[in-house]
Design a protein around this ligand. Structure first.
Ligand SMILES: [Zn+2]
Length: 206
């Protein structure tokens, strides 16, 4: 898959939303490209005034932030379309729309949104209005106890597949255990989270 600038911006968003920071190395790994390629693209986006670099960290400028918000929205709308109407599996709907979403900018995206019933979230629970915030807590920071799984902010295929295998979908009742590892127990099994992905699971206390 050829990456374009939009993919870089979306991945940057995904990391910052999940762990609050991102480096060129993270971007390279997520997009499965070499570090020099990632570095070259990030530099282009810095020249465009969309990203800034501080040491190893990459972040949005306010212009970059304004540019990525509608892209995140389009991505989530097209995911709903892929999942519900094209019957693409839950764990594949993120990666499958990385190509498709570029066709649904602006007006087309809003028409799709209207005609698929104005979904509030993507299939992974992430709000179609990206600035919407619920009272949620990352699994990494939550006390052990009973929760509703609200969303998974890092839409990595391997993680999504593991979640799907124990029916850890948005809205599922889960119990968070903390026995050294962060473990999420669902009605169908349990998921042991590594330190990174335990940030990606956002829970709501019941
Ligand atoms: Zn999603």
């Amino acid at each position: 898959m050829a990456n374009n600038k939009e993919d870089y911006l979306l991945v940057t968003w995904e990391f910052i939303e999940t762990i609050g920071r991102v480096s060129e190395k993270d971007i390279a790994r997520r997009l499965k490209i070499s570090a020099p390629t990632a570095s070259e693209y990030v530099s282009k986006l810095v020249d465009d005034g969309l990203l800034v670099k501080r040491g190893r960290d990459v972040n949005f400028t306010s212009r970059g932030y304004r540019k990525v918000m509608p892209m995140v929205r389009e991505h989530r709308i097209v995911e709903v379309f892929a999942y519900k109407f094209l019957e693409i599996p839950w764990e594949d709907s993120h990666s499958s729309v990385m190509e498709l979403e570029h066709l649904f900018h602006g007006d087309k995206g809003e028409k799709l949104f209207k005609n698929i019933g104005r979904p509030e979230t993507c299939p992974h629970g992430n709000p179609v209005n990206p600035s919407e915030r619920k009272k949620e807590v990352s699994a990494s920071l939550a006390e052990p106890g009973k929760y509703t799984l609200n969303r998974v902010s890092f839409e990595d295929r391997k993680l999504l597949r593991e979640m799907s295998s124990v029916s850890a979908f948005p809205g599922a009742s889960v119990e968070l255990l903390n026995d050294g590892d962060v473990t999420v127990e669902t009605a169908n099994g349990e998921l042991i989270l590594d330190p990174f992905t335990s940030y990606a699971l956002k829970l709501i206390k019941v």
